[in-house]
Design a protein around this ligand. Structure first.
Ligand SMILES: [Ca+2]
Ligand SMILES: [Ca+2]
Ligand SMILES: [Ca+2]
Length: 329
């Protein structure tokens, strides 16, 4: 039949056509993959920079809210929250005559003139609710959480730790007691899942809203002719340089926000960096400095020179004295 001849042609067509189609599709597919890869490579930084700008705006808004809370605290007590204070939980602790205790007593008396430093008949008060009676050393971000939020309540559910600020007691002699009775409303109500406690002393700190943030806001308050803080280690470990407040000149000379306070978010890199001079109009806005420049003898942690490279972590820091991240990143 006539139909028996075509199979040879048909076979040729069948054997050539799929090979040609498959080869063409593979090349096309590879080309598409390359084009998509290039597009993704081009788009990712753009997306990430949009996300970063959104985070900067979000953090700036939160810093403004915390600033307002500090201002409300000052309106009531005529002083902003300190950035270093020690608070004994025992009457004996308060009775020692050291410079730290004298300064702490002066601050507490300013806020609560009727404060009972004997803690009544018990002679002790577990202020941080850790089950022991010691001395609380509140540094930087811990001061912010304590004075703006009041005492804290910790809830641990599995691997999740939630904190809640419960204000201070309205008992003028015992503002740091827990239990029933009227309480003050926190000046700032921080989300419960955005607290940290880097040194595990049950005195928490605030984290900013950046996803995956692990380093709390840095807080430094001006008082007694300088920033009221001691050496501060952002990581709680020994591998991190200490953090200094930002100054327009050298270290503690002409600090930014002199007479008030600095609030600093570590940015997306979770690192505060060493801080120090910040000169936005200079070619080197974040210059290096030597350990001899440390602001006071209490700054024992600063034993090495700080290089420009050490300050890389600071370019994305977000503060209450610059309108965007301090290095524009
Ligand atoms: Ca305690
Ligand atoms: Ca802590
Ligand atoms: Ca940073």
């Amino acid at each position: 039949m006539h139909h028996t001849t075509p199979p040879r042609n048909s076979h040729q067509v069948r054997s050539n056509l799929p090979r040609r189609t498959s080869g063409f599709t593979l090349i096309e597919l590879l080309a598409v993959i390359v084009v998509i890869s290039i597009l993704i490579a081009l788009l990712l930084p753009a997306i990430s920079s949009v996300r970063k700008r959104a985070f900067v705006a979000q953090v700036r808004t939160e810093i403004s809210a915390i600033e307002s809370a500090c201002t409300a605290f000052k309106a009531e007590y005529d002083v902003v929250p300190p950035s270093y204070i020690i608070i004994p939980e025992t009457a004996a602790g308060w009775s020692s005559n050291t410079a730290d205790i004298r300064e702490s007593k002066a601050f507490i008396r300013q806020c609560w003139p009727q404060f009972d430093f004997t803690y009544g008949t018990a002679n002790q008060l577990d202020i941080n609710n850790d089950g022991t009676f010691g001395t609380l050393t509140l540094t930087n971000g811990e001061c912010l959480a304590f004075f703006l939020g009041g005492l804290s309540e910790k809830t641990v559910e599995g691997s999740t730790t939630l904190w809640r600020s419960i204000g201070f007691s309205k008992d003028p002699a015992a503002p740091f007691k827990r239990g029933t009775g009227p309480r003050t409303t926190p000046y700032y109500d921080h989300p419960g899942n955005r607290f940290s406690d880097l040194d595990g002393d049950d005195n928490p700190e605030y984290l900013d809203p950046i996803a995956g943030q692990t380093t709390p806001y840095f807080y430094a308050a001006y008082g007694n002719g300088g920033y009221s803080m001691k050496s501060y280690n952002a990581s709680g470990g020994s591998n991190e340089l200490p953090v200094l407040p930002y100054a327009q000149d050298n270290l503690n000379k002409s600090p930014w926000n002199a007479k008030t306070f600095q609030i600093v978010s570590p940015g997306y890199d979770n690192r505060l960096g060493p801080g120090g001079p910040y000169k936005p109009d200079s070619g080197t806005p974040l210059p290096g400095y030597t350990s001899l420049d440390k602001p006071s003898s209490s700054w024992t942690n600063l034993t090495t020179d700080v290089t420009v490279a050490n300050r890389e972590f600071e370019f994305d820091n977000i503060t209450n004295f610059a309108s965007t991240s301090i290095g524009g990143r």
